[in-house]
Design a binder for this molecule. Sequence first.
Ligand SMILES: *Cc1c(COP(=O)(O)O)cnc(C)c1O
Length: 412
Amino acid sequence: MTATDLSTSTVSERTAAHIATTERYAAHNYHPLPVVLAQGEGAWVVDVDGRRYLDCLAGYSALNFGHSNERLVAVAREQLGRLTLTSRAFFNDQLGGFAESLARLTGKDMVLPMNSGAEAVETAIKVSRKWGYEVKGVPAGQASIVTMEGNFHGRTTTIVSFSDDEVATSGYAPFTSGFRRAAYGDIASVAAAIDDTTVAVLFEPIQGEGGVVMPPEGFLRDLRALCTERNVLMVADEIQSGLARSGRTFACDHEDVVPDIYVMGKALGGGIYPVSAIAADHEVMDVITPGSHGSTFGGNPLAAAIGTEVVAMLEEGTFQARAAEIGTQIEAGFRPLVGRGLVDVRVRGAWAGIDIDPALMTGRQMSEALMARGILAKDTHGSTVRFAPPLVASDDDIALLVNAVTEILTAG
Ligand SMILES: *Cc1c(COP(=O)(O)O)cnc(C)c1O
């Protein structure tokens, strides 16, 4: 498939009608690009006018395995026809196998399944606090959790309580207490934020929403050592960085670091269905007792069937290897643009953040220019754009992305 050149076209009536209805009736909590998608296969999506686009956002990495992945769709279809929801009041024949396989993938004793990423983060916070009181011996009601500057962990009231993003927090006070922020990538800052009440350090091994920001080499290892020394849980939010995106199963693998709690979501549901989970060893997970936490949909058989297949695909290792290859190609394509339109490029696996010279254009303008060339991507703040194509993207697909960015920067 090739991209459609949209540079001379305008929005069709059909597209305009879909946008108008959506904007009229759906709350304006997003500012989407003016494209209305109707189909997807692999790394490509098609809009209501039949135009094709290379999807370089991939549902914020929920679509690591591509749109309409054959294996995942087949499993989901099969399960849809058999049993979709039981509630955890009863056992179902899918959850055990899913939990076993995800425990094996993470190397942890147990998993706790939820649905959205934010719910998994909330779960990690609750488990960490309970562990703090029952195992570490923190005085009742005193538990503190250290988080990072520039973090993104979701949208619940507790989670935005430790965000430093003005847009995400404004108007939502009062906030949940018990959180302190440290400078991302600065181990001395993290150490200074920890005291006897600290139960966990919650961090992203790579900050995706922040613009694919990586801590300095060695930070994850230092953080592991610090958490062990201070008897604090190391809680890795791998919702976006995990499950092959970075070129390894988990971004923590790049420094051979094993956190105490893995937080997973997005790609765990294969882009088909929301599936999230945390994984931890008994010492941590055993604080969870019947009734102390739950979810109507968490661990349902449809989610479990899809999640089991996702884990099976990850255990083959091919998606991780492909992500690393894509990263090499993106790095080679984008690196020469530094100083020629780009201020900085950060690449880890099939995941890249570019900082455009703000004098040239905003990230939004770059996204619009890319869309006109048949490539969909999303800016984050200011002049930063991140790229996360599905891991089934071909070399030609990636070349298309690299050439488009190069042309836009050099033409501007
Ligand atoms: C997307 C994301 C979340 C929140 O996941 P939702 O499914 O949107 O609730 C949490 N943490 C990170 C790192 C994310 O990228």
